[in-house]
Design a protein around this ligand. Structure first.
Ligand code: PEP
Ligand code: MN
Length: 342
């Protein structure tokens, strides 16, 4: 339920209100807007009697039932856009961010080379998987902790924050020790124990849409992270399963405006995993951006033909540079500026 506080509420009444919300088993989430202070009291669906009880308390203006199943992710509870800050810029405030790098960290030379050139061409964040969720147990599984250390080395040299995937709850602490941003992959988007653990990590979370997830389910996954007290969630549309086989997945461009209408969280797209082929990556990236995405996460590898995972979809350096140039031409037309760079 949503409690709209009276403008002149005293400090004491406000504190008493928060205490009463907690006493009745709800978690208060305060959102201070320009005109109103709102308290999202999140918990079990409220009874009419409970809502009446809160209406009668001092300093309460209105009590409203939140209509969506997701609460903290909704505009109702959080009427301002969420801005997530990184060392090289921010997302969700009309600025545009690019995270780029290889699918997986494969060697020191590979990740440092990629980090240097993505930085040079204007990326704001380095991506690279150290723990790879692979369809086959016989495929390259990632370098694990060694990969995390290499990412940290690449960050130290380039100043780019790093985003890398965490695949299980027991890995959250170690990944959070090295990474700036935790990625939760499509295959784990409804791993609720992992979502909760990532929510408790204190690190921003880049949450991919599961390949068969509805947008409501996607928002409920984000709600798991938010409900652990972590407000820094970026949603990533990365393609869904359809009957079409020409691409690896089908990039759901409509997810961008739909999500934007439902949530205050930043929305990015991942054209690489949707396309599955490098020649489709740039058009899909541009389509997502034109639809209103706040950022992209894209795969590029110094030598994609030799990549140990996702070889067909990773961009060569020159293709990545061309994508960055195309973005620079498109963004002004959308009245978007690139995120500030270091
Ligand atoms: C990835 O980004 O490396 C990845 C595995 O993506 P997804 O979870 O979207 O398949
Ligand atoms: Mn990949």
């Amino acid at each position: 339920m949503l409690i709209v506080v009276k403008p002149g509420i005293t400090k004491e009444s406000f504190a008493a209100l928060l205490e009463e919300i907690e006493r009745l088993g709800y978690i208060p989430h305060v959102s201070e807007g320009e005109r109103h202070t709102l308290i999202g009291a999140v918990g079990a669906p409220p009874t009419p009697e409970l809502m009446e009880h809160f209406r009668a308390l001092s300093g309460v203006d209105q009590v409203i039932r939140i209509s969506k199943p997701y609460k903290l992710a909704s505009w109702e509870v959080h009427p301002e856009p969420t801005v997530v800050f990184f060392p090289t810029g921010s997302t969700g405030n009309g600025r545009f961010m690019v995270a780029a790098g290889p699918c997986g960290v494969e060697s020191r030379e590979q990740i440092l080379t990629a980090a240097r050139y993505v930085r040079k061409h204007g990326a704001h964040m380095l991506r690279g998987g150290a723990f790879k969720p692979r369809t086959s147990p016989y495929a390259f599984q990632g370098l694990g902790i060694e990969g995390l250390k290499l990412l940290a080395e690449a960050r130290a040299e380039t100043g780019l924050p790093v985003v890398t995937e965490v695949t299980s709850p027991d890995l959250v602490d170690v990944v959070a020790e090295y990474a700036d941003v935790l990625q939760i992959g499509a295959r784990n988007a409804q791993n609720f124990a992992l979502l909760k653990a990532a929510g408790g990590s204190g690190k921003p979370v880049l949450l991919k849409r599961g390949m068969s997830m509805t947008l409501d389910e996607f928002l409920m996954a984000a709600e798991y992270v938010l409900s652990e007290g972590n407000p820094n969630v970026v949603l990533v549309e990365r393609g869904i399963r359809t009957f079409e086989k020409a691409t690896r997945f089908t990039l759901d461009v409509s997810a961008v405006p739909v999500l934007k209408s439902q949530t205050h969280l930043p929305v990015w797209i991942d054209p690489s995993h949707a396309a599955g082929r490098r020649d489709y990556v740039t058009p899909l990236a541009l389509a997502g951006v034109a639809a209103g995405a706040d950022g992209i996460i894209v795969e590029t590898h110094p030598n994609p033909e030799e990549a140990l995972s996702d070889a067909a979809q990773q961009l060569h350096e020159n293709e990545f540079a061309a994508l960055m140039e195309a973005l620079q031409r498109l963004l002004p037309a959308l009245e978007k500026k690139p995120a500030t760079h270091v």
